[in-house]
Design a protein around this ligand. Structure first.
Ligand code: CA
Length: 524
């Protein structure tokens, strides 16, 4: 059906809601009449809210069965309800929250699903076979970039089972207060990224020499699992470090030679890795959204939530994140915690982040972007309600502080900023082998370290960005597919992508964003 013939269509999430969003591409003009007699008082853009009842000044505006704001003036039925005509509620307190009160019925196990992955010595499973070069400090980034180009051109063709070579460049490592308590966050993030399942335990470090973040501090003895490689003697615990300031280096090319010589040793071992059939429970999937619009919480995120439940039923690990996008729904999360300890950890992370934002004299409302608002999301409360649905309905079994590595199965809350690049970086550290990213406004986001499956919230975006979006959840709003249909499609796509049978569009075009470490500690 073309847009010119598509009848006026609006979507209400919950029966108690007094607003709905306009679904039609291009929005609807003032005077448009819906089949039930509702007539638009104003022109309402796509994804924006329309009042379903007469609202008086001060009345609660309800979406997702949650108060997302209060009317700043009378809004007759059919009015456009946007951020300038509503006041945002205050954030819920962190005391007296419901703790582990919701006991969802146990989800039936989902058995028999497998993928082809790279089994690691520490028990984790990779979806790609990548040589990662860990950098202790930003100073070496240019040298590594140069070396990586040479490795790709001269060495990689000799090792066809290795997918890629990636320098783990970042902005940290020196000029920072490294003994500040919060420095633990960027340091453990970088350590745990080096141990991501896609790198096969082949940790290789390049250091400058004089930097604050010394290699032994980044990866102390015992932090790398000792690998017994196919009958060879167990690997030594000695860290493989190339130090650019070493006396042995005379001239730039001698540095490059050192990096390439060391890299080749790792490539030989990585090249011997083979995919094997493993259960779907070995997936570790990180979900996040970015460039959100009002459809995010209607199409893509509920479909991700359905898929999250499928993954949990299959015994996999799924993590959701983005503190400022769950803060307003904290009561929903503490009540879904599997144990009081999990709820307490959730509250601890929210309190830490509240204090962090307060230090910068802002609150969680600093999250929303001009694009969010243009896409119909009036404030952070509305955005958060649409974001939380990515977590599905399973009990929450664990909480990770920023940069920590996941150690359990099931649904895990990994506390991260909502910033797309920082969230992705912290989820890499948490040990994801797949990343799912939903977007309404559109972003070409990608990661060099793990495949990113991108999900469009609207068909218009999926059509225009047909070679950037992997899944079109907009078909839900179009009435062409159900939330369950898209959720299953994502689940099967994840198994294909994790197996290397399919590449995501970001992989196809080699699009990836920089690692951005979260450093809440001072720089010097
Ligand atoms: Ca995000």
């Amino acid at each position: 059906m073309t847009e010119t013939t598509r009848p006026p269509h609006r979507i209400r999430i919950h029966a108690a809601d007094n607003v709905a969003i306009v679904a039609n591409d291009g929005g609807l003009k003032a005077g448009t009449a819906f089949s039930d007699g509702l007539v638009l008082v104003d022109t309402v853009p796509q994804g924006h809210k329309v009042a379903l009842a007469d609202l008086a000044e001060g009345d609660a505006i309800v979406r997702y069965n949650v108060v997302i704001g209060y009317a700043l003036k009378a809004l007759p039925r059919g009015s456009w309800v946007h951020e300038r005509v509503m006041r945002m509620p205050t954030a819920p307190g962190l005391d007296g929250l419901p703790i582990a009160t919701v006991k969802p019925p146990a989800l039936a196990p989902l058995e028999g699903y497998t993928f082809e992955g790279y089994r690691n010595a520490d028990g984790s499973v990779g979806s790609r076979n990548i040589l990662a070069i860990t950098e202790t400090v930003q100073c070496v980034a240019g040298v590594i970039d140069f070396a990586v180009q040479r490795i790709k051109a001269e060495l990689l063709p000799k090792y066809p089972n290795v997918d890629d070579v990636v320098g783990l460049a970042h902005g940290y490592g020196c000029g920072v207060a490294i003994d500040a308590p919060d420095a633990v966050v960027p340091i453990r993030t970088l350590r745990n990224i080096s141990l991501n399942p896609n790198f096969g335990g082949e940790v290789m470090v390049v250091s400058l020499g004089c930097e604050k973040l010394q290699p032994e501090r980044l990866l102390p003895p015992g932090s790398i699992p000792i690998v017994d490689r196919r009958g060879e003697a167990a690997g030594s615990d000695e860290l493989d470090v190339v130090c650019l300031q070493d006396d042995e280096h005379v001239g730039f090319m001698s540095m490059i030679d050192s990096v390439m010589r060391q890299a080749e040793q790792h490539l030989v071992r990585l090249n011997a890795r083979r995919r094997e059939t493993v259960p779907a429970s070995e997936l570790v999937v990180g979900v996040q959204c970015g460039g959100s619009d009002a459809f995010s919480g209607v199409t893509a995120n509920p479909a991700v939530g359905f898929c999250t439940d499928l993954l949990v039923r299959a015994g996999a690990t799924v993590m959701f994140s983005e503190v400022t996008e769950v803060r307003d729904g904290i009561d929903q999360l503490t009540s879904r915690a599997a144990t009081p300890e999990v709820a307490a950890a959730m509250i601890r992370e929210m309190a830490w982040y509240d204090a962090y934002l307060e230090k910068g004299r802002v609150d969680r409302s600093a999250n929303t972007t001009p694009g969010n608002k243009k896409g119909g999301l009036s404030n952070i409360v509305e955005k958060a309600m649409g974001s939380i649905v990515k977590s599905g309905s399973a009990p929450i079994t664990g909480v990770l502080a920023p940069g920590e590595k996941v150690a359990q199965k099931g649904l895990v809350y990994a506390a991260t900023p909502a910033s797309d690049f920082i969230c992705g970086t912290l989820q890499l550290a948490a040990g994801i082998n797949l990343h799912v990213f939903t977007t309404g406004r559109g972003t070409p986001y990608g990661l060099a370290e793990v495949p990113v499956i991108k999900v469009a919230t609207r068909s218009d975006l999926a059509r225009r960005w047909h070679d950037l979006m992997d899944v079109n959840a907009g078909r839900i709003a179009d009435g062409e597919a159900s939330i369950e249909d898209i959720g299953w499609e994502m689940f099967h796509l994840m198994l294909d992508v994790a197996s290397g049978r399919k590449k995501t569009w970001a992989e196809h075009w080699k699009l990836h964003n920089a690692l951005v470490l979260f450093n809440p500690a001072p720089v010097t």
